[in-house]
Design a protein around this ligand. Structure first.
Ligand SMILES: Nc1ncnc2c1ncn2[C@@H]1O[C@H](COP(=O)(O)OP(=O)(O)OP(=O)(O)O)[C@@H](O)[C@H]1O
Length: 224
């Protein structure tokens, strides 16, 4: 479970990233975070991913305050978490297979296990036949699916994504969002930041709306 309690994030120079955020996300839930440019979406994602730390308040994952984590626990947290970025962040000089294998190699998986897992996640995102291709031979939507496969490879329990469809046309964006829904259906907690309200509304999942760093709505279509 993810809990934000009285969370503030103030950047150097006095800019407020987040102000007094309070909410909880249950295990296995899918949640969108939306709001205008500068509302604090990326900041929220970065706090969960430990790329930034709260200035005040607590961000807790399974009861542990992320600000208090010592290095081994912080590393364990990062291992349980997959991140997906707007610009995919693939290594363009390496084939799709190696891009997806990278986190498994870093984690010390055995080659035979890596081979099996990489093929399985690429099959899952519909790219099982593109393992030898290089990222720039793929469409934007396909590159993002490689990014998602890479995030999924180490079997994370939580996926966080910052504007994952920002560079995609509406059809590909919908496909990628559907893929996130299928991950939620497989039991993974999924938190997606996106400014695309039309697309979010079509997905009929919970939406946290930020405005100038504050939570101004927490909408649950299932409960409406
Ligand atoms: N590294 C930083 N240093 C200083 N200020 C920052 C930094 N990152 C974000 N901010 C400020 O914090 C506020 C929230 O930014 P954030 O990137 O979280 O918003 P966002 O909703 O993701 O915006 P966008 O949709 O434009 O990416 C903005 O006022 C921004 O200028």
């Amino acid at each position: 479970m993810i809990e934000f309690e009285g969370v503030y994030k103030r950047y150097q120079g006095g800019l407020t990233g987040l102000a007094d955020l309070n909410f909880a996300i249950q295990r296995g839930e899918m949640v969108f975070v939306t709001g205008h440019s500068g509302a604090g979406k990326s900041t929220l994602i970065k706090l969960i991913g430990l790329l930034e730390r709260a200035s005040r308040g607590q961000v807790r994952i399974d009861g542990k305050d992320l600000n208090q984590l010592r290095r081994p626990d912080a590393q364990a947290h990062r291992r349980r978490l997959g991140m997906v970025f707007q610009d995919y962040r693939l290594l363009n000089q390496q084939p799709v297979f190696d891009n997806v294998a990278l986190p498994l190699r870093i984690a010390g998986w055995q080659p035979a296990e890596i081979d099996k897992r990489v093929r399985a996640v690429l099959d899952l995102v519909g790219l099982g036949n593109r393992t030898a291709d290089f990222p720039l031979m793929l469409s934007g939507g396909e590159q993002q699916r490689v990014g998602i496969a890479r995030a999924l490879a180490p079997r994370p329990s939580l996926i966080i994504a910052d504007e994952p469809t920002g560079n995609l046309d509406p059809k590909l964006a919908t496909d990628v969002m559907q893929l996130f829904v299928s991950l939620m259906q497989a039991g993974i907690t999924v938190v997606v930041a996106s400014h695309d309200l039309h697309l979010i509304q079509r997905m009929k999942k919970r939406v946290l709306v930020l405005d100038k760093g504050r939570l101004i709505d927490d909408f649950r279509p299932e409960a409406a």
